[in-house]
Design a binder for this molecule. Structure first.
Ligand SMILES: [Zn+2]
Ligand SMILES: [Zn+2]
Length: 319
């Protein structure tokens, strides 16, 4: 059998295009269109051949191999079309995400995030190397090189919550975050819960900044989190008076206090099953109700144990 090289294919494509040019003068439209079809086929073959079949033997595997090679970079849908060599490449992307647990986020979802979470936009741009506000639906980023083995289960939970009647978007988002405490949840899952509307990003910000849920992203000092994910640290809302802390203030306090309790020095790295200290929380020195400000000076970090003791009046803070 003769080995087909890319050069052979390119020669054939050149011949086919010459043929097409010849037909432009006198043939009818149908003939002109049909003369391009084999050129399309040859081009697909060239694209498919770029990733050797030993590495990836199907369109889906080729798409994945390409994503893995260029993880954390914004990839155009047209590139995926070329390496996949099939027109249903977008469906394969969806399968990789939903059935195989690869966290692939689309450009438009990053745009939602940047539009509604302006404090995060700069950090996002640094990580992605592109302005997130200019990203589009047919652009994609693989944000995590780790495959989620529980993907099928997660999508089950997601669909159950999505179908619930009488629940607003914010309530759905919160329910899903509470079903995944401590696990990163991707922006694609959140957008899906919101019925594919951009509203999800604004609601997530409200949950965090107005309702006091300890929700974090990579851009808020949590460098272990993949970009394009949110995590709910603890299934517990901050007490009324410790809510409504602006993001920039929160981050500044976290960094100033080294992510550690000001009483005992505990950090999340010391997390242990048999230790009741599980979370780092923000506490107002002068309570909100007593006109204490949401300022860096009026806030400190406490572990949940010392925070509870302080509010119960069992601990007098000496700082
Ligand atoms: Zn402590
Ligand atoms: Zn407090």
């Amino acid at each position: 059998m003769q080995v087909q090289t890319p050069a052979d294919a390119v020669d054939r494509i050149k011949g086919l295009l010459d043929n097409f040019l010849g037909r432009l003068a006198d043939d009818d439209l149908r003939e002109q269109v049909r003369s391009l079809v084999p050129a399309f086929e040859e081009l697909r073959g060239l694209g498919k051949g770029l990733i050797p079949s030993e590495l990836a033997s199907s369109a889906r595997e080729r798409i994945l191999a390409y994503f893995q090679r260029y993880a954390l970079q914004v990839i155009e849908g047209d590139e995926l079309h070329v390496v996949a060599g099939i027109s249903e490449w977008a469906r394969r992307v969806r399968e990789l995400r939903v059935e195989f647990g690869w966290t692939i986020c689309s450009g438009v979802t990053f745009k939602d995030m940047a539009d509604d979470e302006p404090e995060l936009a700069g950090g996002l741009a640094d990580i992605l190397g592109a302005d997130p506000r200019s990203l589009k639906p047919d652009q994609y980023v693989l944000v995590n090189l780790q495959q989620d083995r529980e993907a099928a289960h997660r999508w089950n939970v997601l669909n159950t919550i999505r179908k619930k009647k009488g629940l607003g978007t914010k309530a759905r988002l919160l329910e899903y975050m509470r079903a995944n405490v401590g696990k990163p949840v991707s922006i694609e899952e959140l957008r899906y819960l919101a019925g594919d509307k951009s509203e999800w990003a604004r609601r997530m910000r409200e949950l965090r900044t107005e309702e006091g849920w300890p929700i974090f992203t990579r851009m808020q000092g949590r460098s272990e989190l993949p970009v394009g994910t949110y995590v709910l640290d603890e299934d517990k809302q901050a007490p009324e008076h410790d809510r409504r802390i602006p993001d920039d203030v929160r981050v500044e306090v976290l960094i100033r206090d080294n992510f550690a309790c000001r009483v005992c020095g505990w950090t999340r790295e010391q997390l242990r099953q048999d230790d009741p200290r599980k979370f780092i929380e923000l506490h107002h020195l002068t309570a909100h109700a007593e006109k204490g400000a949401n300022s860096v000076e009026n806030l400190i970090l406490l572990c949940n144990v010392h925070h509870d003791q302080t509010h119960a009046g069992r601990l007098k803070l000496e700082l």
